[in-house]
Design a protein around this ligand. Structure first.
Ligand code: AP5
Ligand code: ZN
Length: 206
């Protein structure tokens, strides 16, 4: 199973992928996560990426395509299948996936209101030890780890609004590019319901 997950910042791409990879044993490749790992390791790619990420801007297409397609074509990924979380984000990236001949079974588009996106971003907390993503209201962390949780640097309201605008500017060409593969999920629902709707749509598609 190879899926692309498209959705605005804070729409729950990572959260949905966590559920899918657990049940389908596919590899979860998040562009943002891979970049944050590079930043943490202080690699040249990480330093380049950090300049863009801290402002909420997109990393140049070429860099992103190289990083993601390398991972998506590793033997383990080809064998088990992949979830491309937040990649592609531009038409150029989408064209690169198609040109590379990667089979795509479906493109999942998460639909969420702006008000929910702001609330989800504001309440998001990340556990630096496990990488687990929580939400103060919607996915409360266990009390014994609350003190060590961190806020992502791009989760200020200003940067979140900026990221939402970039998404709106880029989304339509992506959807046109993948046309018949697109399955739109109403992601303005509780986490288990979003997953259930995804499962239903995937099954219906056969
Ligand atoms: P990335 O990390 O991908 O950020 P994003 O797209 O802005 O998405 P988020 O990770 O913020 O949100 P999400 O949709 O995964 O939601 P989550 O599950 O965490 O990218 C970061 C940066 O890297 C980019 O800004 C860019 O600079 C760069 N980058 C990455 N990919 C790139 C690319 N392809 N090209 C160029 N640059 C790229 O959920 C959010 C919160 O809500 C959590 O707290 C969660 O617990 C909660 N939640 C989730 N689902 C629900 C629900 N159904 N109901 C209530 N709460 C929920
Ligand atoms: Zn994410």
């Amino acid at each position: 199973l190879n899926l692309i997950i498209v959705g605005p910042p804070g729409s729950g791409k990572g959260t949905l992928c966590e559920n899918i990879s657990r049940d389908f044993h596919v590899m979860h490749l998040s562009g943002g996560e891979l970049l944050r790992e590079e930043v943490a390791k202080k690699t040249p790619l990480g330093s380049e990426a950090f300049e863009y990420m801290k402002q909420g801007k997109l990393i140049p297409d070429e860099t992103m395509v190289k990083l993601m397609l390398n991972k998506a074509t590793e033997p383990a990924a080809l064998q088990h299948g992949v979830l491309l979380d937040g990649f592609p984000r531009t038409l150029k990236q989408a064209q690169a996936i198609t040109a590379a001949g990667l089979r795509v079974d479906a493109v999942i588009v998460l639909d969420v209101s702006d008000a929910s996106l702001l609330e989800r971003s504001a309440g998001r907390r990340v556990d630096p030890v496990t990488g687990e993503v929580y939400h103060l209201k919607f996915k409360p962390p266990p009390s014994q780890i609350v003190d060590r949780l961190v806020i992502r640097p791009d989760d200020t309201e200003e940067k979140q609004r900026f990221r939402m605008k970039i998404y709106k500017d880029q989304r339509d060409p992506l959807i046109v590019h993948f046309k018949d593969l697109v399955l739109t999920v109403n992601a303005d629902q509780p986490i288990p319901k979003v997953y259930a709707e995804f499962l239903f749509l995937l099954k219906q598609r056969g």
